[in-house]
Design a protein around this ligand. Sequence first.
Ligand code: TEU
Ligand code: CA
Length: 509
Amino acid sequence: MNYQDKVVYQIYPKSFLDTNNDGIGDIPGIITKLDYLKALGVDYVWLSPVNKSPQHDNGYDISDYNDIDPMFGTLDDYKRLIAEAKARDMHIMLDLVLNHTSSDHEWFKKALAGDEYYQDFYIWRDEPNELETYFSKPAWTFSPELGKYYFHLFDTHQPDLNWENENVRNEIYKMVNFWIDLGVGGFRLDVIDLIGKEPDKLITGKGPNFLKYLKELHDNTFQDKLLTVGECWASTTEEAEQMCTDGLTQVFHFEHLIKTNIDGNKWNQKPVDFTEICEVIEKWQNQYSLSQNWVMNNHDMPRLISLWLDDSKRYQSATLLATLFSLLRGTQYIYQGEEFGMANTDLNIIDEYNDVESINAYAKMIANGVSEEEALRKLKLISRDNPRVPLNWNDRSDRGFGSESPWISFSTDRYNCEQDLASEQSIYKYYQKLIEFKKNNYHLIDTKLDKITCDDNIITINKGPLTIVCNMDAVAKANFNGEYGEVIISNYPTNEQELMPYEARVYIK
Ligand code: TEU
Ligand code: CA
């Protein structure tokens, strides 16, 4: 099964819906919205980690893989979530963070206490080398307990596991099988390409043993029984193919989403060039034959309507992007709030930031002489806190999130789900329409592209009887002669000869 006609909805649990007024979204809150997700057309619900965690990286620092953090609920709540999802013919996907644990994990605590068996679960050296974390700091932290440095590619509270140690691998397989037995329907594998790292050789991604570990994980756990998606920031189609042969169902590539980084540095952004985006689309659609997916938003990226288009033209921007990406072949991933057009938030002081990556990057910029104003401007544009603020379910003082004092400030943007659903121009309803079309006509979607072009910022995709036209510009395009058949979906009520700003049309012949 390749799952390409499925829709996956990502939930960032802390910010989804709070039912006990502690400022933190929770599993019971997710259960109350399953009908809403079902009606959208969702098949799989992926939850960012809800395991026990001290939250130094918002749950991507797990201290107990086999339990749920009390802030989100209990294991029984999680079982109920699985059952309630199944009752609606949906599945729950668990976020597996296998590259590192929290420094509060009992393995690490035992290691620090002198237990050599567990010391070998992590990576220790007498001297650090020059490797850096993804969070702008050295990748080695000195442990006064052991008189050595431990290795971590993320925060210092996220020590990397030593995958060379067979005992680590076996513990992981046992844990993954625990969740399979509990009934999860799939896994998202956090930074999976890093497990084969060889720090002494300065190799971090896709080390020499990576594919071997991946196959072993696959063989000992999910095999080909569940939907699995690997997070790999920069994968070529060849690498993706390797990972998806006796490994994963599919991998994220994010190639289209990192095109605006200058020299790979996310803090230096340039305007999007849609010609480049078309090249990425063409490459994956036409040169990659295994299962693939398209992502517009997630908890690590700014909202795409704000980064690429104009969030003040919310309906057109959101529906235009949805039209472009939903009708490509591949599993569609929707990040919470995307379906009703949530935009970036507008944080103006560094104290309002929560995300460790943003806070460290800011400190580094200031240390390098960047002005506070400029550093804040960069954060505002691209910080991971943008998509992580609580969802605006409505316009009440608690935004329908369930608490007036959330763990991170509400968005400065007040557009909300209730307003969207009541609007003549509902983004949610447009998504519904696209998804319904995609599911009912998947045979038309599941083909290579005949052609994709970007002329004067008008993207045109032809495949079989379908033509998708997207005006990526804020200005109208006169004399557009689309002789592509009948318009079946569009984000404008009438479709004239002129293409309107951010207009999207789907034609069928
Ligand atoms: O992200 C992987 C990762 O490499 C990110 O740090 C990425 O470089 C950054 O977000 C780009 O801005 C995953 C999770 O999605 C992220 O939330 C975690 O912080 C990270 O792994 C560590 O588990
Ligand atoms: Ca709560």
